[in-house]
Each structure stands twice: as C-alpha cells, then as structure tokens.
Design a protein around this ligand. Structure first.
Ligand SMILES: Cc1cc2nc3c(=O)[nH]c(=O)nc-3n(C[C@H](O)[C@H](O)[C@H](O)COP(=O)(O)OP(=O)(O)OC[C@H]3O[C@@H](n4cnc5c(N)ncnc54)[C@H](O)[C@@H]3O)c2cc1C
Length: 553
C-alpha cells in the first residue's frame, strides 16, 4: 500500500490521529510502533496497571541522568512501549487540568484557538461520560469515561478525612472547579480500560486504509529537499534498515522523550549538540529536547492496623476470588485502577486555586527503583506539584537510534517545587490525623514521625520524589520569533516541510493534572490542521473566569 501519512509511534496521540485520518478523512495511513501489540489481558483489566508498571516488554524505563537536587540519584521515567502507548499502561485517571493552563498555552503560542474555551468542545466532543452530560462533559463520543465500580474503604476514608481539614467534596474535578477532594473518574467502561487503541484506532481498521506495524523502531526521518518524505526503521531484532515513504506528512507521536530524540537523529535540533555526535544539522533548532517538564510526587506512607486496601489482593485465594468475580461479573477489585481518589489544594491556603494534586493510593506504593519498600497493608498519599517550575532536557547519548537518550528532568531544580512538595507532605499528614482515616492507621513509615522540620522533609523529598509519568514540552509550540520554539501554532516543525509533532512534546507548559486527555486534544487539533477540516466553534457557554488577553502574532 502507498501512504498519505506515516505516524511514528502508536501511542495516545498516534492512535487518535491515525484512526481519525483513516477512518474519517479517507487517508491511507501507516503506523509504526516500537512496542508489541496490546493483546495482553492485563491491559484491559484496570488493576493490571500496577502489574504492567514493572514489565519491561511493555515499558521504556528511561533512567534519568544524575539529578543534582536529588543527591545524584537517577530515578527512572517509565513510559508506555506498546500499541496504545501510555493509554494502554496508564492509571486511567481522567483529568484535564485548569482552564488557566490552556489560556497560558494560547498566550505562549500566540493563538486563541489554544485557549480553554476554544478547546472545551474537543474535550466534550470525544467524551462518552457515564455520569455527566453538561457544559463540561459529553456523551456519545469514543472516549469512555466512568466512575469506578469499586472503591475500597481506605479511599473512602481518605475522601472523608480530607474534608475534615477543610477541603470541599468535589464530584467533578473537570467541571466548574478543580479544588477539593473526591473519587476520580477514569477512562474505563464496564470494568475494562478504554485505551486510544479501543477508542480511535481499532474502529478505523475496517476502513482498509490503515496499516499498523508493531515492533518497528523508527531510526530517523528521510528528508529530501527540505521535506520529510518518509522514515527509516527496523523490525523486531532485525538489523536491516527498512524505509517507508508517504505522499503527505510524517507525524511524530513517539512521546516527549523519543520524539525529540528522533528529530535530533534526523539533523533537526541544536546544531552544536548534534555536531558532538557527528550529525550534520539540517535545521538548527535549539528548542528541540529543551523545556522538559514532568510532574513529581512526594509520598507519605503509613501502615494500616488492619487488612485495609489492596495489599495481598493479587495473591493466593484473594486473587482467585477477585479474578473469578471479575470474569463472571466484571466487578470487584480488578475493576479498580488502584488510584481511586485524590485531592487538589494549595497547601498554603486551602481556599486558593490548587497547586498540589494529591493521589490516594491504598497500598504501599513506591517506584520499581526503590528496593527498601515494606510489603504490608498500607496507604500512600502522594503530593504532586501541579505546575512545576523546574525545566529539564532530552539530549542524545549517541547517534545510535537503539541507545536511550540522556533524560534530565532536573527534578526540584526550582526551590518553589521543593517548598510545595513539603507543603503537600504536611497536608497529607494532617489528613491522616482525621477520622475515619486516623482509626485505620498504625503508624507512618515514610518520612517517619521523627522527621518534622523543613530540612528533614526536604531530605525525604530528595530521597523519594518520583515521576508521575507525565513528561511533556520537549518540542514546544511557540509564537513566531520565540527562539526556543520548535513548532508553529499548527504544529508544523519549523524549517521542514511535511512534518508535524502531534504528541505530548508539543505542549508548551504542563497542565495541572494528568496529561492523557490533553494529549488527545493536541492530536485532535493536529488532525484538523492536516485535513483542513473546519474548526469547531467554542460551545456557547459562559466563560468561568475572565478571558486572558491574547496577542496574535
Ligand atoms: C505509568 C503511567 C501512568 C500514567 N497515568 C496517567 C493517568 O492516570 N491519567 C492520565 O491522564 N495520564 C496518565 N499518564 C500519562 C499519559 O498516558 C501520557 O501523557 C500519554 O500517553 C502521552 O501520549 P503520547 O502520545 O505523547 O506518548 P505515548 O502514549 O507514550 O506514545 C508514544 C509511543 O511511541 C512509541 N515509540 C517511541 N519511540 C519510538 C520509535 N523510535 N519508533 C516507533 N515507536 C516509538 C512508544 O513505544 C509509544 O507507544 C500515565 C503515563 C504512564 C507511563
């Protein structure tokens, strides 16, 4: 088959774009995905998320460079490596962030079409919400959003306890206000994960215009006369470098770490850096790989005084009982994503707009690179800095496409990120002291009851702070003349024809919330730009805040 477009990376953005281009716009599309297919049943089961986190077959475990503010520690940054990308392995929390996030994008990009009011119809248009159908939510779309069927007693107790410190109950973090505490909505339906493959790619397969090749690692772009005309790739363990070409556009959707790597391997990036690896710079774009942003979270871990939460539910007779209940009824603990509830608040003043997203994990939960975790019934309250100020980078380690790049998230580089993390830890402790949670807790193990001063908590953060798996921003959209910009408002790569970046890399500034839904909207916009489809008009709802002043380039 000859192709109109080639999509590099079959993740969240890649699946949406490929599915829509082939299914709705009649294009012939090739998707090249480095990871395997998504047939593993664990991917469909919401509780499978925790298991998948440790499986090399389905994850890239990017190891960061030594982190200056973490005493040289090198935390991992796991990312999806399977058809569906992050949407096949993520925790399924459905979150959009704050309207001000997108208004900030519009200011940075210099285009009001990236403002929240302009993007809201894209969120609602793709949504099929099982509970909400109002100004902020839609029904009938391909993207399934539901309340969790199963919420354990620890998560319920957390929601009540957090109200005890003065947080309002919030039944919709994506609605009128983000502030408060409540159960998350998740991207599942009838106890099954809804990934970008399920929502966008699979339905378009029947068109016959879509070819999806898994286990295909793209090495670089083929650029001729200033135009991207195809890609070089290898299949499986094969050493042969194959080529695929297209008549339309090459769309980069390999995620915020691999997409800048591919641009640099293709001679698009900071000329000096490329030169050190013997790569001739076709386009000197200093912003490629810069501006890496990620959410970090700092845990408070407590042990329970009884069998609360999910410890041991994946072993022995409990596993058999849970598995059977799931197989027969699609109910029970297997339908839980393991992160059932959370809160948004400003630790300095609970009545302010949120600066921390707190995740309630009803088990002892630390990343795979922490070996000293205790296996027992427990609870982890993770405080995530919603709008981190620290900025990092992705650079090439070598000119070999099979080598991991140098990932420097520069965690906690900005003192405000550390200060807010400490504030989040203190609020988590306050919540643990409220009933009904208080009566379920035996003792705090991390940071530990003797760690009370800011200096103690800073040390704790440095030791335990970890990724929330949300890298963005490494090929950011920007207004004309912004030297660090990589893409224009239409997501075209500056200085090259026929090439767009359509994934998390394109996001100028991280949103205050989990990133998957924002990436879907970014990819949806890309499809519009590529096809020239008419822009949807903003829904005629009253803005819920003063519109920002927008300057157009
Ligand atoms: C463990 C985890 C938990 C998360 N939890 C949540 C959550 O609960 N809610 C939420 O909203 N967000 C969550 N996220 C974040 C969300 O999933 C991501 O923001 C989103 O998937 C990013 O989409 P993307 O298209 O930019 O990249 P991805 O979805 O990562 O897709 C990139 C794809 O490109 C492929 N690829 C990479 N390099 C190459 C190459 N050279 N050749 C070919 N293919 C390549 C990758 O294998 C991958 O499949 C989570 C992410 C992870 C990893």
């Amino acid at each position: 088959m000859s192709y109109d477009h080639i999509v590099v990376g079959g993740g969240t953005a890649g699946c949406l774009a490929a599915g829509k281009l082939a299914g709705e716009h009649g294009a012939r599309v090739l998707v090249l995905e480095a990871g395997p297919d998504d047939r593993n049943p664990l991917i469909r089961m919401p509780a499978g998320f925790v298991k998948l986190l440790g499986v090399e077959k389905y994850m890239w475990f990017y190891k960061s460079v030594a982190q200056a503010r973490l005493g040289g520690r090198r935390p991992i940054v796991p990312q999806g490596r399977v058809l569906g990308g992050g949407s096949s392995v993520n925790a399924m929390v459905y979150m959009r962030g704050q309207p001000a996030d997108y208004d900030g994008w519009a200011d940075e990009i210099g285009d009001e079409h990236w403002s929240y009011d302009a993007l809201l119809p894209y969120f609602t248009g793709m949504e099929d919400n099982a509970r909400l159908n109002d100004d902020y939510h839609g029904v009938g779309g391909p993207w399934k959003v539901s309340d969790l069927d199963h919420i354990c007693e620890l998560s319920r107790a957390f929601v009540l306890a957090a109200q005890g410190i003065g947080l309002p109950h919030n039944s919709d973090f994506n609605g009128r206000s983000q502030r408060g505490v409540g159960a998350y909505q998740v991207t599942t339906r009838d106890g099954r994960r809804c990934s970008a493959v399920d929502a966008f790619l699979r339905p378009a397969m029947a068109s016959g215009r879509l070819e999806v090749k898994t286990s295909c690692l793209v090495h670089s772009l083929i650029i001729e006369d200033g135009r991207a005309v195809g890609v070089r790739y290898s299949q499986g363990e094969g050493r042969t470098v194959l080529e695929a070409r297209c008549d339309g556009e090459v769309l980069l959707a390999a995620g915020a770490i691999a997409t800048p790597k591919l641009l640099m391997l293709s001679g698009i990036g900071p000329a000096d850096h490329l030169k050190t690896h013997g790569i001739h710079a076709l386009v000197d774009l200093p912003g490629v790989g810069a501006n890496l942003q990620d959410h970090t979270e700092t845990p408070v871990v407590a042990l329970c005084n009884g069998p609360y939460g999910y410890y041991g539910h994946d072993r022995g007779w409990k596993q058999m009982r849970n598995g059977l209940e799931y197989l027969v009824n699609r109910t029970g603990p297997v339908t839980s994503n393991g992160v059932e509830a959370g809160a948004f608040f400003d630790p300095d003043d609970l009545s302010n707009d949120p600066k921390i997203q707190q995740f309630c994990v009803p088990t002892v939960y630390l990343d795979k690179d922490h070996t000293d975790q205790q296996a027992s019934h427990g609870l982890t309250l993770n405080s995530c800095v919603a709008k981190p100020r620290s900025r990092g980078s992705v650079q090439l380690a070598s000119a070999d496409p099979k080598d991991q790049p140098l990932v420097d998230p520069n965690y906690l580089a900005d003192p405000e990120d550390l200060r807010l993390s400490i504030g989040g830890v203190r609020r988590a402790r306050e919540i643990l002291q409220q009933e009904p949670l208080r009566s379920m807790i035996a003792r705090e193990i991390f940071p530990g009851p003797d760690k009370m001063s800011d200096a103690d908590l800073a040390e704790h953060a440095k030791r335990f702070v970890k990724t929330v798996y949300h890298p963005v921003g490494t090929c950011r959209m920007a207004r004309e003349g912004d030297i660090g910009g990589v893409l224009g408002a239409d997501m075209r790569v500056r200085g090259v024809e026929g090439l767009r970046v359509i994934d998390a890399s394109a996001i100028p500034t991280i949103i205050a919330g989990n990133t998957n839904a924002a990436v879907l909207v970014v990819a949806d916009k890309a499809v519009e730009f590529i096809t020239g489809a008419k822009r949807r008009q903003p829904a005629g709802i009253a803005p819920r805040r003063e519109p920002s002043t927008l300057q157009t380039a």
